[in-house]
Design a protein around this ligand. Sequence first.
Ligand code: ZN
Ligand code: ZN
Length: 101
Amino acid sequence: MPVFFRFRCRNCDLAAQAMGGEDITSSLDLIHTCYCPKCRDLIDLVIADWNPVTQKTDERHPFDRTCNDCGQSGLPLWKRGRPCPQCGGTIDKTGIAATFD
Ligand SMILES: [Zn+2]
Ligand SMILES: [Zn+2]
C-alpha cells in the first residue's frame, strides 16, 4: 500500500506530496517518484510494468515518465534521502499526507 509523504526543501520553494520512492500497485504497475522541473513538483508516475513471475520490471514496455500536468517527458527519478532536485539542498519529510490502497 503506497504511503504519501509531505516533503519540503530547506533551501528553496520545493514542497510536494509524493511517495518518495517506488512501489508496486495492485495492478502491477511499478510507480516511482519523479521530479518535474517545469512544474517544480514531485510526482509519482508509472515507470514500468512489474512482472510478478520474474520479480523484475518488464523492459519491453518502457514508459517515458511524462508529467500529467505539463507533458514534459523523461523526468528524472527522485527518492527520499536524495538532495533537492531543484537546488541540491536538503529535503525534509514533514509528515504523512495520505495512504491509498
Ligand atoms: Zn531545494
Ligand atoms: Zn510538469
